[in-house]
Design a protein around this ligand. Sequence first.
Ligand code: PLP
Length: 407
Amino acid sequence: MNHFDPANEIQDLQYFGEFGGVNPSISDSSTYTFLSAKTMLDTFEGNTDGCYLYSRHTSPTNLYLSQALAKMENTESANVTASGMGAITSVLMQICKSDDHIISSRTIYGGTYAFLKNFLPSFKIDTTFVDINNFDWIEKSIQPNTKVIYCETVSNPLLEVADLRKLSEICKKHNLKLIVDNTFSPMSISPTLLGADVVIHSLTKFINGSSDTVGGVYCATKEFVDASKSVNDGACMLLGPTMDSFRSSSVLKNLRTLHIRMKQHSYNAMYLAERFENDGLKVSYPGLPSHPNHEIMKGMMNAEYGYGGLITVDAGTTEKANELMELMQQENLGYLAVSLGFYKTLFSCSGSSTSSEIPEEERIAMGISDGLIRFSIGLDQDIERTYQKMKECMLKTGVLNHETMYI
Ligand code: PLP
């Protein structure tokens, strides 16, 4: 069967370095020479493909990484940025101008939420936050000036899964752009196959996978990406969140193992989620049939990459969550740290970290409880061993107790 596979798309790219190297050469220059002054002017006017001008605009190394990510997300083009927020802010400011309106899922990364809620209104761009799977609510929120529906495929931190097919139908009907942050589900979900117009990633997470840099990308049509890089009015060109060439070269090398890593992250997360659920813990993972959006994800995913590496466990209170996380770190089961996609497990209490920008009453309305721990499950070789050790920690801290365990 000939189906789209993001890993095959990356595999099929062929690079030759300057001296025939198997990795493309790193272009260590901020500016580029022209043989004629006329070509320089043409390039400024956007008329010469294949000429490099200045690295904030484009550099050969960034183009290699962008091309690989465009292949992965099945888009004509892509542009890498210095951070995920650099991609998100560039895309939104490219599409939305003063007096425009955005509809956004209310369960999104805290930084994106803060940008929409606190930053954009000063540019007269307002956002209505909705439950992303309540289509009535979404339709009712559409105004004549609405330009965008924004969501995360799998949301941070609640792991709600957006029904991208349905959202794309609504967007097409009302002539809106569907912008999807796919950071939590690279490989597993290909949003453009389901109707997304722009796909964003924080490369900081699974795609780079080694927690040694921040980075971002947006993948879209050539027309959109070129417009965002216009020297006259391109949001990314003018806001300037440019990735450094050395970094894009190292992210490209890590991207090549993403498909293997995602399978292992997903396998380990599924293993722990099933065991914890069986033990009577309040655990959320889109791979569990008990997850409210399990069927939606199943119907959208590239099955071989699984349901992703994130699970949440409700420890009851912030104090219990903190005690458990500190003990797990002492036992070397992972790190008490924000972020995700590392080879070791990372855990943090979302309400007091990555979602702390969201006011308490809104956090409660969304379902981010005080004791909610977000786990980014690592690449552990022996996940049963990890499970046994984590269970010990949960029993010691009283997050789990023998009486309430089902087994
Ligand atoms: N999108 C999601 C889903 C995230 O979790 C994050 C960061 O945590 C971002 C975007 C922002 O990415 P960055 O930290 O690379 O700017």
